[in-house]
Design a protein around this ligand. Structure first.
Ligand code: ADP
Length: 244
């Protein structure tokens, strides 16, 4: 297997490069039929009164299209990151990014009676990061902690500073990850619970993207989990990228 280096200095084998190119082309071609289908569905809704059964099927088709949209977005993010992305670094307070993610997911957590506990320094943690990408990481970890949880469960988000590093932990009291699957959860398209009731929605790309983003910021991410007890994802990265 031959290796090459992408623009970020990440070593990639050539088969990964070819994969990203192929995915990029396919994804590009997927976008237009999906939006065309959505447009026609909206037109059907305007053609006249629909029976409750017709409305029901149309809503199900809309849900399927939204799922497809999310998959396309994940694939686009993935190919963008794999094919060499230049970080747009700026100094931000990481606590603000976590607060925004919490705003997004509080309703979904509330719907499942999941309590989200936060432990962050009051003065915040100023970090030099690509805000859009780090927000992507925090959203992914938080949404997984809620999605792979159980009714009435808990999530703990902890932000701290350790020497010159930022440390973020997202822990849940959810269904956990089987020991055999743990080494594979950061692999592209790997899903440990695809047959699990209500957990079918996902691409298996979220954690692969998350790991690439953390590594682009010179950090590392790891996971500990016990089945039926819960899971903890932790990442650390230098607060100042320009020193790396
Ligand atoms: P997905 O789109 O399937 O959620 P991810 O890449 O985000 O993809 O996660 C990969 C797999 O890791 C998931 O399919 C799930 O099996 C497992 N996983 C991720 N986060 C958790 C968690 N907090 N608790 C249990 N399993 C998890």
């Amino acid at each position: 297997m031959t290796d090459s280096m992408n623009d970020n200095g990440l070593i990639m084998d050539d088969s990964a490069n070819q994969d990203s190119e192929l995915i990029s082309m396919v994804v590009h071609d997927l976008k237009s039929p999906v939006s065309a289908a959505r447009g026609f569905m909206e037109l059907i809704e305007q053609t006249g009164p629909l029976t409750p059964q017709q409305k029901h099927f149309i809503n199900r088709a809309f849900t399927a299209l939204s799922r497809m949209d999310r998959l396309i977005t994940s694939l686009l993010d993935f190919t963008q990151i794999e094919s060499g992305l230049v970080l747009e670094l700026k100094k931000i307070n990481i606590v603000d990014v976590v607060d925004e993610a919490l705003d997004l997911y509080m309703d979904i957590a509330g719907h499942e009676n999941i309590v989200v506990n936060i432990d962050m320094p009051e003065s915040g943690v100023i970090c030099e990061v690509d805000e859009r990408l780090i927000s992507h990481v925090i959203n992914n970890l938080l949404s997984n902690a809620i999605k792979y949880n159980r009714e009435g469960g808990q999530v703990w988000v902890t932000v701290s500073e350790v020497d010159e590093n930022l440390k973020v932990s997202v822990r849940d009291s959810g269904i956990g990850i089987p020991t055999a699957s743990l080494p594979r959860v950061f692999e592209r398209f790997y899903r440990a619970h695809k047959d699990h009731e209500n957990k079918a929605d996902g691409s298996g790309l979220g954690l692969a993207i998350t790991k690439s983003i953390i590594e682009l910021h010179h950090g590392r991410i790891w996971v500990e989990s016990e089945q039926a007890v819960g899971t903890e994802f932790v990442f650390t990265m230098p607060k100042r990228q320009s020193l790396q």
